[in-house]
Design a protein around this ligand. Structure first.
Ligand code: AMP
Length: 249
């Protein structure tokens, strides 16, 4: 069995994101980029499935600029087998990514696609759902537990107020949540090995997908700055302020 893991290059989660002066988007120049954290979790899960003898190959695919190959290399250093880079701009919309991934699935024939639940740059949370619809495959989103059993996958999903246990038939698209696992660090020997692992390049034209945008970003704004907090001297002062100033009790 082959597992495909789509990995996106996004602004590193430690970076304080700044809006461009013309409000057309966020500043990307000279900003540290990294693999989307949920995609690291998806790579880790794919590797664990392979290590358990339930998959033979883990293939990473990234849609984005040339530097997305660095993101693929990061996943190869974790232990994935090979990568596919689809050269495109930074802002390919989820539907276009899902269409490109559908074309890659047609070429690669994986039994499982493990995505992140959302990319932390635009927080779309759409690609996995659209991909499963385009493929006509089962869908399991926000997985915090994944167990494969023959032609079924048992998934634990984090939902409001508890955990939902579902069984889906394979092939499936699964999107992973934060608590599924803790991704491994790449060891130095594996970083060296990753340099020799193959990354194929595919063009959007070759895959026959129209990626022209359907959405127009009108404006991006910083969130309103939070007001400074205050310290209270006693519980009674706190209760008084909650009652008479904040009017929440
Ligand atoms: P989104 O729907 O944009 O929040 O992204 C959800 C997941 O889809 C991500 O965690 C990735 O696994 C995958 N994905 C989204 N955009 C890309 C991209 N440009 N390249 C590769 N994978 C992507």
């Amino acid at each position: 069995m082959k597992i495909l893991v789509p990995v996106k290059r996004v602004i590193d989660y430690n970076v304080k994101v700044r809006v461009k002066p013309d409000q057309s988007g966020v500043e990307l120049a000279n900003v540290k980029m990294a693999m989307n954290p949920f995609d690291e979790i998806a790579v880790e899960q794919a590797l664990r499935i392979k290590e358990a003898g339930q998959a033979e190959e883990v293939v990473l695919v990234s849609v984005g600029p040339q530097q997305s190959q660095e993101t693929i290399r990061t996943g190869l250093a974790m232990g994935a087998d090979r990568g596919i880079h689809i050269e495109a701009g930074q802002d390919v919309e989820p539907l276009a990514v899902a269409k490109l991934l559908t074309a890659v699935v047609g070429k690669e024939n994986p039994s499982l696609v493990l995505c992140g639940k959302q990319a932390i740059d635009d927080d779309s949370n759409q690609t996995a759902q659209m991909l499963s619809a385009l493929l006509g495959w089962s869908q399991a989103t926000f997985a915090s537990g994944v167990e494969l059993a023959g032609d079924k996958a048992n998934i634990i999903r984090e939902v409001d107020g508890g955990l939902e246990h579902i069984e889906v038939s394979m092939p499936a698209v699964i999107s992973v949540d934060l608590r599924l696992n803790e991704p491994r660090y790449a060891s130095l020997p594996n970083i060296m090995k990753a340099k020799k692992k193959p990354i194929d390049s595919l063009s959007v034209d070759e895959l026959g997908v129209d990626i022209s945008p359907r959405l127009t970003v009108l404006k991006v704004e910083e969130p309103e700055a939070r007001q400074a907090g205050i310290k209270v001297e006693s519980i009674s002062e706190l209760v008084d302020k909650l009652k008479n100033e904040a009017k929440v009790i």
